[in-house]
Write a protein that binds this ligand. Structure first.
Ligand SMILES: C[C@@H]1N[C@@H](c2nc3ccccc3[nH]2)[C@H](O)[C@@H]1O
Length: 445
């Protein structure tokens, strides 16, 4: 262990109520919305390769031409209550919105820049309408904030000269003022999702990320912030030079899931197409189905993680059809099976090939989220020695009790129910009293 001044500011999982609520939420929504949404991944009538929210660089657009987008920011179809209704229908418990992406355009009327909604024909405080509408629906709100800011004259991706460092520290002052502004104007915010901390300037001056963390905790001690904000004084990111997680959860799972449960709290953020966060009018490549998204959500829950699905609203402020369809299908599944996700954690049972176990933190049930129907028609379950399955039903078909058969001392097989709707199904197991799997140490797998 080497002495660090700006490494992890605390150790181990947070045990306070705010963090426990984050854990129990499990399922979240990401909203990527900005000037890039107007371009929709196209420029001069042509499809632009790469992530749509990066179009300024991908299409080599001049500052002047890009800034002209502010005059097209009218949002005739924008209705935050509709966004919130769809999010509620999908069954998310929290939502993260890009208050300012790498482009530097702010979705709120900031005192510290003109590059914001107040300087557009739309003119309204979009962020306030979003916060109020989602809070009204009982969905927690989180703010994405990009450290990278292509618009701000003092932003530096690297600091090599004295002039660079003067500018960069002016930029840090601007950032601290904006973060303070966001936390005081919108006190409902539960946490921040920082991005864009990979550039050399931030890695070189990791202390600025320590300062941001300290600032946020002074303003709201319960604020939640992931590891992606943090860099220690040696340039280590996410985990400090002594290997300790910085921030409240592992925030590195972008478009990927871990193979096995990380030790820390963690969150995966996922796109429906392969890699589009902002609105791309022409989705190409594999577009994930609701079934695939549900499997990822179950996998994350089975490994003690959160899963956040991204929506990229259109330049007129409306949601695209495919995302509304996704919300409808996932929401229908969550209506029936949400008890296997919300408030659930890893079940310490030997993983099986048919899918994912989850365990509710206190209702004592174990859930089997079946994603791979076995050709044998038999679902294998290995339980603590001496366990007895008291009750075994399919969620949504509670009347259809399944009869597990003992196959060896602590192995059971459950005849798989015929389910042909193209979605995972959930079997709920009630184990005989006293056999709580809570204190069962699964065999080394
Ligand atoms: C949550 C995601 N993070 C941003 C991003 N930019 C990247 C540049 C290089 C590698 C990964 C990146 N992720 C994406 O634009 C999106 O906001």
């Amino acid at each position: 262990q080497i002495p660090l001044k700006y490494g992890a500011s605390r150790e181990g999982k947070r045990t306070d109520a705010a963090m426990q609520r984050w854990r129990e939420n499990r399922f979240g929504q990401f909203i990527h919305f900005g000037l890039y949404s107007l371009a929709g991944g196209h420029w001069n009538g042509k499809y632009v390769e790469g992530a749509a929210e990066w179009i300024k660089g991908n299409a080599r657009i001049s500052d002047e031409d890009y800034e002209a987008l502010t005059r097209q920011f009218v949002l005739p179809e924008f209705d935050a209550r509709e966004w919130a209704r769809i999010a509620k229908e999908m069954g998310v418990k929290y939502s993260v919105i890009t208050t300012k992406h790498h482009e530097g355009f702010c979705l709120w009327p900031s005192e510290y820049t003109d590059y914001d909604v107040s300087r557009t024909p739309f003119g309204r405080d979009l962020l306030k309408e979003y916060v109020d509408a989602y809070t009204q629906e009982g969905i927690d709100v989180y703010f994405y904030y990009s450290i990278i800011d292509w618009n701000h004259p003092d932003w530096r991706s690297r600091v090599e000269t004295v002039e660079d460092s003067l500018a960069f520290f002016r930029y840090c002052d601007f950032m601290n003022k904006q973060i303070t502004e966001l936390m005081t104007r919108y006190p409902e915010v539960k946490g921040f999702w920082f991005d864009g901390t990979w550039d050399k300037s931030v890695v070189k001056f990791g202390k600025i990320t320590w300062d941001i963390e300290q600032l946020m905790h002074r303003l709201n001690p319960g604020i939640i912030c992931g590891s992606r904000l943090r860099v220690d004084e040696k340039g280590a990111r996410h985990f400090d030079t002594n290997g300790k997680l910085m921030g409240d959860y592992e925030q590195g799972w972008e478009r990927s899931l871990p193979e096995k449960a990380p030790q820390n709290d963690w969150e995966c953020v996922m796109t429906i197409p392969e890699n589009q966060w902002g609105y791309q009018a022409d989705w190409r490549g594999h577009i994930k189905s609701a079934t695939e998204i549900i499997e990822m959500l179950a996998a994350a829950t089975s490994m003690n993680g959160n899963f956040v699905l991204n929506f990229g609203p259109k330049g007129d402020g409306s949601l695209r059809e495919e995302e509304k369809q996704m919300a409808r299908k996932v929401g229908k599944w969550m209506q029936l099976n949400g008890e296997a996700i919300y408030g659930c954690v890893q079940a310490p049972l030997k993983p099986q090939k048919w899918g994912y176990y989850t365990r509710h933190r206190d209702n004592g049930f174990v859930y089997m989220v079946v994603c791979y129907q076995p050709v044998s028609g038999m679902l294998k379950v290995v339980l603590p020695t001496g366990s007895v399955i008291e009750n075994c039903v399919v969620l949504g078909k509670e009347g259809m009790e399944l009869k597990p058969e003992k196959s060896t001392k602590n192995e059971f097989v459950i005849p798989a129910p015929e389910v042909k709707d193209g979605f995972p199904y959930v079997i709920r197991l009630k184990l005989k009293e006293g056999d709580s799997v809570g204190n069962y140490v699964a065999p080394k797998v």
